[in-house]
Ligand binder design. Sequence first.
Ligand SMILES: NC(=O)c1ccc[n+]([C@@H]2O[C@H](COP(=O)([O-])OP(=O)(O)OC[C@H]3O[C@@H](n4cnc5c(N)ncnc54)[C@H](OP(=O)(O)O)[C@@H]3O)[C@@H](O)[C@H]2O)c1
Length: 360
Amino acid sequence: MQSSRGRLRVRELKLAFIGFGTVAQGCARHIVNNRQRLEQEHGFRCKVVAISDPAKGSLLNLNEGIDLEQALQHVNERKTLEDLNGKTGLCSTETIAASHADVLVEATWTNLENGEPGLSHIIAALEGGMDVATSNKGPIALAFKKLTNLAKSKGRQLRFESTVMSGTPLLNLREFCLSGSKIRALRGILNGTTNYILTEMGEGRSYSEALRRAQELGYAEADPSGDVEAHDPAAKITILANALMEADLDFKRVEKEGITRIEMKDVEKAIEDGRVLKLIASAHRNERGQVEASVKPTLLPETDTLAHVGGVMNALQISMDTQPDVTIIGPGAGGDSAGYGLLVDILTIHRMRLNAKLVE
Ligand SMILES: NC(=O)c1ccc[n+]([C@@H]2O[C@H](COP(=O)([O-])OP(=O)(O)OC[C@H]3O[C@@H](n4cnc5c(N)ncnc54)[C@H](OP(=O)(O)O)[C@@H]3O)[C@@H](O)[C@H]2O)c1
């Protein structure tokens, strides 16, 4: 990694962005804003060879690469990327194949029915010899084993830090800082929208008032069912259990109950009893050693760390066999945070590629 004069040798990674919405743009901004630091401290430089997004346009430029700053500006000004220099008009799968990228940055929408289109994008990239960094929960929650086995068989990396708690480190934390431990159980608040609604209800607002405020602030979507019916935290605890506890959970079988049936009187009763109502996602090993997971509204004593995680914040408590519980609290959403999670994955891929070269 070091040149003979002690300076870090800079290596270039070719990136293809598939899906260029909030999260991908957040990642692109981090790359643009920290270019010098990434080169000096990590020996990392990138050439963006492709961007593909249905509304923003599809662009391929293998030689000079796409000017990322210009692409961000274009998208901000609601101009099509197809005005910029490069080949245009390819669909996402054609773009992946033609890009010959080192890394696919997959940030299309989460589909918890069948994982598409992200699932096909990730398979195409791994089959084509690319590493993958994705923020897309769908493919990872639905096809974890298939995708990790494929990545392994191709000698490629599949990284998905920002699928759970965005840029707050969980998967990398386990891989590097908690290595050597066996994770016994996980317990957390993995959905910011429902945590915001429950926090507001604790301050006297009705469910519908709190939901409306969450929608006005951009925390909840027009159709909030993915959050309030707990599909989103169920996908996240599935990902965590499979990735951190070596489980083989099927997302569709995770027991889940959302917050739609919670009334003011339930919250008031909890407060009266000195308790706090939270939507808790958890996973543990049963007596047969199998991992079970669920998401459900839970009454916590005020002494519980998770009882104090309010608003849109997320948290995860990790129980392991080597030391007392570790709890990590941080943002669970937002383009900057999830985009940062993608950047960390890209840097990890870069570092592992350098390490592999050193071993060769
Ligand atoms: N936002 C967050 O805070 C956050 C946090 C963690 C993880 N995530 C996950 O990260 C992913 C991206 O989230 P986001 O907030 O950036 O969503 P977003 O703003 O809706 O961006 C997704 C982009 O993908 C595009 N797309 C859809 N189908 C495509 C295809 N076949 N090929 C290429 N592009 C396609 C969409 O275009 P159209 O709009 O034209 O369909 C859209 O521009 C999602 O899976 C989300 O669950 C988001």
